[in-house]
Write a protein that binds this ligand. Structure first.
Ligand SMILES: NC(=O)c1ccc[n+]([C@@H]2O[C@H](COP(=O)([O-])OP(=O)(O)OC[C@H]3O[C@@H](n4cnc5c(N)ncnc54)[C@H](O)[C@@H]3O)[C@@H](O)[C@H]2O)c1
Length: 341
């Protein structure tokens, strides 16, 4: 089997790429190496096995068309993306060109050169907007969504908001529609928060990694200061990279069942944490006091996003296995060394 992973040097992409190599399948990685840490991930991947690397940009139709034409993959994991909401607000054209146009270029290249390929796309919970019309309780350490205590389903109305939400949402709908219009075997995963090794967190992307890093820094220097946007009661369900990898391969193996599907995917109710609760856990683990400065809440930030995994669990017999209590411990180990090459 030939796997093409766009964004294969990013967090999710490098974990999926490593799994392709582990399975002894043929790997082709496409990435423009723009993300901090992507060159380290590429070097690390090179140590995992043989593969071909395309240093290309999804904004270039030529780059992506050439790669797809040369490889004619059986499976495309499309992860290349502009991933920060804050960047999208500052540079909406760039965000649109990478996320929306880049995705159409991937779809068109597959339609032209290998229409039988499976295409799995990583969308986002942001396609549902800020969800302010739902009812919430404010508890001591977290918000709770009164209307959906078992997680949010795919039947929520779409409400693209922020340039990132719009560009990812447009891509999400193109991926879905290329199944209906052209019969491509596409799947959309609407992700909540993913974490694990290979993620080089920044203050505006990868919050579990970011706050874990702040806790490690505070351990080294008790005067270290960091900020939290809002009151820290925002809740997300955490999905570990190992579970993400199992999901993508399970879906690719059952592509005829899931093609055309759109699935909310996350750690689910059992693996939901607020920022405050993560800080409390890190504090207990590392024996440090973590007292962040609170900033204004981010515009259009969701109070709670916890996915209902019912649809995806039914479709591919997949359930998240890694508990955040365990996953965050291994993440600490990874962040302490970063990916050494
Ligand atoms: N990590 C999360 O929690 C999360 C949540 C929801 C959705 N997603 C989506 O999952 C995908 C992967 O996320 P991630 O966390 O691995 O991000 P990441 O930033 O670690 O990886 C993205 C990769 O894409 C590459 N890239 C960026 N622009 C490119 C371009 N123009 N051409 C080619 N390559 C380009 C980067 O260099 C990087 O290696 C993204 O599309 C993101 O929107 C992630």
């Amino acid at each position: 089997m030939k796997y093409l992973v766009t964004g294969g040097c990013g967090f999710v992409g490098s974990n999926l790429s490593a799994e392709v190599l582990r399975r002894g399948e043929q790997l082709y990685v496409f990435d423009n190496l723009s993300r901090a840490g992507s060159t380290q991930n590429l070097a690390w991947l090179r140590g995992q096995g043989e593969f071909e690397f395309f240093h290309g940009d999804v904004r270039s139709r030529h780059d992506i068309d050439r790669a797809v034409e040369l490889v004619k993959p059986d499976v495309v994991f499309h992860l290349a993306g502009q991933v920060a909401m804050t960047t999208s607000v500052e540079q909406p054209f760039k965000d649109f060109e990478i996320n929306a146009m880049g995705t159409v270029s991937v779809l068109e290249a597959v339609r032209k050169h290998c229409p039988e390929a499976a295409i799995l796309y990583s969308s986002t919970n942001k396609v549902y907007g800020d969800l302010e019309d739902l009812r919430y309780n404010e508890l001591e350490t977290r918000y709770e969504c009164v209307d959906y205590p078992k997680g949010l389903p795919e039947t929520l109305p779409l409400d693209f908001s922020t340039p990132y939400g719009c560009s990812k949402g447009a891509a999400d709908q193109y991926v879905r529609d290329y199944h209906r219009m052209y019969g491509l075997k596409t799947v959309v995963f609407r992700h909540s928060s993913m974490y694990g090794g290979g993620q080089y967190p920044t203050f505006d992307q990868g919050w579990v990694g970011w706050f874990t890093m702040q806790a490690l820094r505070t351990k080294e220097d008790p005067n270290h200061r960091f900020t939290v946007a809002g009151n820290g009661k925002q809740v997300r369900d955490l999905l570990h990279a190992e579970d993400v990898v199992r999901l993508y391969f399970s879906a690719a193996e059952r592509i005829d069942t899931v093609a055309g599907g759109v699935y909310n995917v996350g750690g689910g109710v059992q693996n939901a944490f607020s920022i405050q609760e993560l800080l409390d856990q890190l504090s207990a683990e590392l024996h440090v006091d973590l007292v962040p400065e609170h900033l204004e809440a981010r515009r259009r930030d969701q109070k709670v996003f916890v996915a209902s995994n019912d649809m995806i669990e039914g479709a591919v017999s997949w359930v998240p296995r890694v508990k955040p209590e365990v996953g965050v411990k291994t993440l600490m180990g990874w962040l302490s060394t970063y990916r050494s090459v």
